[in-house]
Design a protein around this ligand. Structure first.
Ligand SMILES: NC(=O)N[C@@H](O)C(=O)O
Ligand code: NI
Length: 161
């Protein structure tokens, strides 16, 4: 029987085993620019093996719900951050690892202003915008060698609200 995944709101606590949630929330770490700018300092753990951090721009096609989750992937050599260039929500899918196999996938939906950073090696769904244009800045590893492992599920999950 097809397993269904109910989408839940993204929170830093719930996402903590998988990565970081970045947002201008709570008390700023410092006020800068003559007090005109709140700096929420160093909110993601960027972690790269033998490579450099790079910033790319992704323009992804939107997906609609319910969504079939056929595959998750991971980057063994580096973290990967999705920073939306809009206030639109997007879908964030992660899964735990069981001896190299992704299990128990979870689906989150972001609130406006939230960005995420998958920790190195975290199983995740690919960039999944829910609105057009799906514009994102992506911070991930630029370097030689393989940094992508995909896992295609025997049976898709269905993600919905
Ligand atoms: N492949 C690529 O650049 N993007 C994926 O890693 C992704 O998570 O969207
Ligand atoms: Ni990825």
């Amino acid at each position: 029987m097809t397993q269904r995944i109910k989408i839940q709101p993204l929170t830093a606590d719930a996402f903590a085993p998988f990565g970081d949630v970045m947002e201008a929330a709570g008390t700023p770490d410092k006020m800068i620019n003559q007090g005109k700018c709140a700096r929420f300092h160093d909110r993601a753990f960027l972690d790269f093996t033998d490579g450099q951090a790079g910033i790319s721009i992704f323009k992804g096609q939107k997906e609609t719900l319910p969504l079939a989750l056929e595959m998750v992937e991971r980057h063994p050599e580096g973290s990967q951050a999705f920073v939306p260039m809009s206030f639109d929500p997007f879908l964030v899918v992660v899964a735990s690892d069981a001896d190299g196999t992704p299990v128990d996938p979870i689906a989150f939906i972001t609130a406006p202003g939230q960005a995420i950073n998958f920790h190195k090696g975290t199983w995740h769904g690919v960039l999944t915008p829910l609105c057009e244009p799906g514009l994102f800045a992506v911070v991930d590893r630029i370097g030689d060698g393989a940094n992508l492992q995909e896992h295609w599920f025997d049976e898709s999950y269905i993600i919905d609200r």
